[in-house]
Design a protein. Structure first.
Length: 453
């Protein structure tokens, strides 16, 4: 019976992905409910533990309980493991464990992994899984060393310095936004080493493993395949260029909209704060400013950035930067009267453009539906609720202060939204779609125009 149940879920990658996330969230919830997980040694309510576990696995960072003071070291370790699994990808972690102990994946699970990681052969699957895990651990280790070099001696004990460095390196690269400081990173707003370390980890995690692998292939350290020229592929170019534009434009606009927030800051903090916030708002959720005190224009800018997110196959949420890029390119092609969408001397296939439009459309509808429900259930300002919804959907973790005051229903709804945002709207649509295979012969009806605009 159980075998049939698992086979049903592993038949479709989308079901396997969702089911793996749910199992991990439930396991994390149980652990966080235990008395050992709280600093006070008391049981944590199911809803609060569920919310925290979901936020950890979905690498969001929204919290209803202060990570620094409420949770014990055991509880904080559980959150860190959940962030690592969520950032790495649950199925990737499971598959890596199977490969590590020498077990073969079931054929159905192997096909699921191939579809999710977009590879064709078993050998390529193993290589991709190993490269993802090794890249994650290597980058997080470098981040740990940089943070430890700064924090060593600044905490009561060496063990505390070590744990803080590991925790924040995992949280930053995983784009999770969990912090062991009650004020997030406000105290480090003008600290250049900390700002650069965190933003570098966040950017690398947000680019996506496909882009990182492509970049690594250009270095002298990577093996060069005979007859294959090293170059950035189109996907990597779009992700990198769009990311640079969004970070630069976001920082500039935020500085312009938030003039009052920077008027009393030293000149170097006036530069670092907008840059840091532009990087972290799309993906991570750390903050060096009080988000609740930002202007309405700044909050709207943040909602837009949170909705976009990072790169495909990375640790960030949102509709992804390539989705935005493709939609912008499609609109530009329409304005120019072109029949094809072209960029970097390449033509984008129309099925890919349709997929981008579908992702954006489903995402907008998701945000609108959850906003409508939460405005009804929560006794809060419209602006704060909308900000919370965008943050949860984008798995960012920024909040104007609404999260701890959410009702029980609100916590459940935001938990669901975090899961939806992490898995992806298109994956949810595909989960409910018919089995893919050889397309059936369809009847084609006569065409007729419909007025648009």
């Amino acid at each position: 019976m159980l075998d049939k149940f698992f086979r049903f879920f592993w038949k479709k990658p989308e079901f396997a992905l969702c089911f793996s996330f749910l199992i991990t969230i439930f396991s994390g919830t149980v652990l966080l409910m235990l008395p050992w997980a709280s600093a006070a040694g008391r049981w944590t309510s199911f809803i609060n533990a569920l919310f925290t576990a979901t936020s950890g696995v979905c690498v969001t960072g929204l919290i209803v309980l202060d990570t620094a003071t409420y949770w014990s070291r055991f509880g904080q370790t559980v959150i860190m493991v959940l962030m690592q699994l969520g950032g790495l990808g649950i199925i990737t972690a499971v598959a890596f464990s199977a490969l590590l102990i020498g077990k073969k994946l079931l054929s159905s699970r192997e096909e699921a992994m191939k579809n999710i990681l977009d590879v064709a052969s078993r050998a390529e699957l193993k290589k991709t899984i190993l490269s993802i895990v090794l890249a994650t651990l290597a980058i997080e280790f470098v981040g740990f060393l940089l943070l430890f070099a700064y924090w060593s001696g600044k905490f009561p004990s060496l063990a505390t310095s070590l744990f803080y460095s590991v925790f924040h390196s995992v949280s930053a690269f995983g784009n999770a936004g969990f912090s062991l400081f009650s004020d997030s990173l406000v105290r480090f707003r003008g600290n250049l080493p900390i700002v650069l370390t965190f933003t570098s980890l966040i950017i690398l995690g947000g680019l996506g493993f496909t882009v990182l692998r492509n970049i690594w292939g250009l270095t002298p350290f990577s093996k060069k395949e005979k007859g294959v020229k090293k170059r950035l592929n189109l996907h990597s170019k779009l992700v990198i260029v769009t990311t640079i534009i969004l970070i630069s434009l976001g920082a500039l606009l935020f500085y312009s909209f938030g003039a009052l927030n920077f008027k009393d800051l030293p000149w170097h903090e006036k530069i670092l704060a907008p840059y840091f916030q532009s990087v972290t708002t799309r993906t991570a959720g750390f903050s060096t400013l009080n988000i609740g005190q930002l202007s309405s224009a700044s909050k709207l800018l943040f909602m837009f950035l949170m909705f976009i997110g990072g790169g495909v196959g990375g640790t960030a949420g949102g509709i992804k930067v390539t989705t935005l890029a493709l939609i912008v390119l499609m609109i530009w092609a329409m304005f120019k009267g072109r029949g094809n969408v072209e960029v970097f001397k390449r033509t984008i296939p129309w099925p890919v453009i349709k997929k981008a439009v579908a992702v954006a459309s489903v995402s907008v509808m998701t945000v609108l539906v959850f906003s409508l429900i939460l405005i009804h259930t929560e006794n809060a300002q419209f602006e704060d609720v909308l900000f919370e919804v965008f943050s949860a959907f984008g798995t960012v973790g920024l909040s104007t202060g609404l999260t701890p005051t959410l009702s029980q229903v609100g916590k459940v709804l935001i938990s669901i939204l975090m899961l939806v945002g992490r898995i992806g709207p298109l994956a949810l649509v595909l989960m409910l779609s018919k089995e893919r295979g050889i397309p059936k012969k369809e009847t084609r009806f006569l065409e007729e125009d419909v007025l648009v605009g």
